[in-house]
Write a protein that binds this ligand. Structure first.
Ligand code: SF4
Length: 300
């Protein structure tokens, strides 16, 4: 019998980050060091990138992102242009969801062509607000998710696993299972530095201790729980998917210079493991917790 899980295939998507302002102040933001140095993408450039994706024809999912895309006052025009190409099956925005609590605002985006949202939720209630450093942001984000359901928009939740929310992940997953969310994504932290100077990383031992309860919550709900940028060999199996397919990201080169500091891709078993997309461990993780050779298990 086929499993009732259909995780999003990010390999079919391209991301165009267009805007670098934000209405949150997340302590885990991977753009915090570069936001001020990243140029916004003007409409002519956006149109050129979209036209190139249409001509290429291999990615029928488009993601508009940046810092907080809903604070960009031309978003509707950008979405409308992408939809007018009549090529993309999915037009997604990556968002903290707060502005989607405004139904009129959301309805305009949906009318322009948005049909999928990737919404960041970093913990239940006050845990989320502590990460975003905006009191009341959780309430607005969850109101946005409820409005998305009413508009028939697919919602994928995005949670970055850190020491700040580790103890609250299982209750959060239960909450998201009960919410109108079709898929739950849990992302590894990108420290954006070679050492975990903020002590935000969660060890594989701690993650492994959580997995049975996370899996139990997802099994009951029939929702895929997708782990991104973690070692693939620690997966407990469905409904948890350790998936490292990533979209084509058309972000400015300045970002990739910063991203290189993460040093992902290290694994003592890399030369004999069959996992082709696995990111292994980051430099910051190894510096803090070691290479985990006793915990990782190469695939045949
Ligand atoms: S053994 Fe290493 S490369 Fe293979 S899945 Fe595990 S972490 Fe990834």
């Amino acid at each position: 019998m086929p499993l009732p899980y259909h995780p999003m295939d990010l390999g079919r998507y391209a991301v165009i980050p267009v805007w670098y302002a934000c209405n949150n102040d997340c302590s885990i933001c991977m753009l915090s060091r570069v936001k001020g140095q990243m140029p916004n993408v003007d409409f002519a450039t956006f149109r050129g990138l979209v036209n190139a994706l249409v001509a290429d024809g291999s990615r029928d999912g488009l993601i508009l992102s940046g810092a907080e895309i809903t604070t960009f006052d031309q978003l509707e025009d950008y979405v409308r242009y992408a939809a007018s190409c009549r090529f993309f099956k999915k037009i997604q925005i990556q968002t903290n969801g707060r502005k989607l609590a405004d139904q009129t605002f959301l309805q305009r985006l949906v009318a322009a062509g948005v049909n999928e949202c990737f919404v960041s939720v970093h913990g239940p209630g006050e845990v989320h607000d502590a990460v975003t450093r905006v009191p009341g942001s959780y309430r607005e984000t969850m109101a946005g998710i409820a409005n998305l359901e009413a508009c028939g928009v697919t919602v994928i939740s995005n949670t970055v696993l850190t020491a700040l929310n580790y103890r609250h992940i299982v209750p959060l997953v239960r909450e998201l299972c009960a919410a109108p969310v079709s898929e739950i994504n849990i992302w590894n932290l990108f420290p954006m530095e070679p050492r975990d100077s903020r002590q935000l990383l969660v060890s594989l031992a701690d993650l492994a201790a959580l997995l049975p309860d996370i899996a139990a919550a997802g099994t009951g709900a029939g929702k895929p729980i997708v782990f991104k940028a973690f070692p693939e060999c620690i997966t407990p199996g469905p409904p948890c998917f350790f998936d490292n397919a990533f979209p084509l990201n058309l972000i400015h080169d300045r970002f990739w210079c910063e991203f290189a500091a993460n040093g992902f891709g290290t694994c003592v078993y890399k030369d004999r493991c069959g996992a082709r997309e696995c990111w292994g461990l980051s430099s910051a993780y190894i510096a803090r917790f070691g290479d985990e050779r006793d915990r990782l298990t190469p695939f045949q």
